[in-house]
Design a protein around this ligand. Structure first.
Ligand SMILES: Nc1ncnc2c1ncn2[C@@H]1O[C@H](COP(=O)(O)OP(=O)(O)O)[C@@H](O)[C@H]1O
Ligand code: SF4
Ligand SMILES: [Mg+2]
Length: 375
């Protein structure tokens, strides 16, 4: 093994740093002008190790899908860094990007919408192979027979009868269609699969089958998953670690068992308290944290905690200071001022605002000093 290969294997497979994905809001009929931005993803950082599953959970509209679409380079990120297997994707050449896309595949929530209804299952699954083969980007060129054999193998591996390869997506059930989507995602033998709510549209019994298939495939092929869901039970079942997202930010990151045993962020606690528990005795007696209002629109820049409006534990300090990630224990981090070593609870709103203003002025002064030095 070369030094470079050994080094790559020791590093996380995917490292995301301060990733932002802002969508411009334009106004004007003839002369369009940007008047604001939807801050769908507003500075997220995390890494994913080879062979693990990082679950991303959060209510609808928190920026989960946008995050993985930016990682898959379906959007050009506004800023930040995405390093996949040692390659910085945001500045990669077209060829490096194509090679990275071979290793990064996606599975979508609605397999019917993501599969072309005019294509047979055989064409759907073989398409990535045909494209990459034509461009000479496969490790070994494939003949038409090789591709046909690979399609049949993939169909069998995901639990589909290969005799149905000439059928169309509408001839299959929802669960079978998701299996077609998985076979297509596996065609190029990727390293990581970005799964966007892959079981949310399926019946509970079918969900379990697809989750089991995904875990079996992971063990067999050493796959890495970045797995999105809004259902906490699904995330708990599949994940090694979990990131909780709120309004474009990661508010808690931890090993799955720690998150479920010891949720720290008020948002995580509220989410967990709202999830149904199958034991009727526990279900009757437990306390629910009811969050007021909905997730706000991500169209304004925030200067305090993003969860402030809905937080049952908020302090004046939180309204004008964005919390960084505080370390709770090894591998468990939480973006909440409750875990700062300084106690902010006793401060009045006036004191908190004066403090925020003072640190803003200090930053401005430092900025102008640097500017003056450069001149
Ligand atoms: N292409 C886009 N243009 C403008 N706003 C978008 C776009 N895609 C998503 N958004 C907005 O970004 C926010 C996050 O969306 P999304 O990533 O789909 O959240 P989630 O997957 O967590 O439900 C939402 O407010 C959504 O309306
Ligand atoms: S920082 Fe403050 S407002 Fe934000 S979650 Fe923590 S306690 Fe609530
Ligand atoms: Mg989504």
């Amino acid at each position: 093994m070369s030094d470079a290969t050994a080094m790559k294997e020791r590093q996380p497979l995917l490292v995301v740093k301060d990733l932002k994905q802002h969508f411009p809001i334009d106004a004007g009929l003839v002369f369009k002008k940007q008047v604001g931005a939807i801050r769908a993803v507003d500075g997220i950082s995390f890494s994913v190790n080879a062979g693990e599953t990082l679950g991303i959970v959060g209510e609808s509209g928190c920026g989960k899908s946008t995050s993985i679409r930016s990682i898959a380079q379906l959007y050009k990120p506004t800023s930040g860094s995405i390093v996949f297997n040692g390659t910085e994707l945001t500045t990669a050449s077209e060829k490096d990007l194509l090679l990275a896309r071979r290793d990064i595949q996606m599975i979508f929530q609605d397999p019917y919408a993501s599969l072309d209804p005019r294509m047979t299952v055989r064409s759907i699954i073989s398409e990535p192979l045909v494209i990459y083969n034509k461009r000479g980007l496969l490790d070994k060129p494939m003949s038409a027979i090789d591709i046909e054999t690979r399609v049949e193998e993939l169909m069998e591996r995901v639990g589909l009868n290969k005799a149905f390869k000439n059928r169309y997506p509408h001839e299959f059930s929802g669960g079978q269609r998701q299996r077609i989507g998985i076979a297509r995602a596996l065609a190029l033998s990727p390293k990581i699969i970005l799964a966007d709510e892959p079981v949310s549209a399926l019946d509970v019994s079918i969900q379990a089958q697809i989750l089991n298939l995904l875990t079996d495939l992971q063990k067999e092929m050493g796959l890495t998953y970045l797995f999105i869901a809004h259902d906490l039970a699904v995330i708990e079942y599949i994940s090694t670690r979990v990131a909780v997202m709120y309004l474009g930010k990661i508010v808690e990151l931890s090993k799955a068992e720690d998150l479920y045993m010891k949720p720290m962020h008020p948002y995580t606690r509220a989410l967990l308290s709202a999830a149904p528990i199958p034991d009727p005795k526990v279900e009757r007696t437990r306390q629910r944290i009811i969050l007021s209002g909905d997730v706000p629109s991500p169209d304004k820049e925030r200067t305090g905690c993003y969860f402030y409006d809905r937080c049952p534990n908020k302090m004046p300090w939180c309204s004008c200071h964005i919390p960084p990630m505080f370390k709770i224990s090894e591998g468990h981090e939480c973006a909440c001022w409750l875990y700062d070593s300084t106690d902010h609870a006793g401060q009045s709103m006036e004191e908190a605002e004066a403090d925020a203003l003072a640190s803003l002025r200090a930053k401005e002064t430092a900025g102008s000093d640097i500017g003056a030095e450069r001149k």
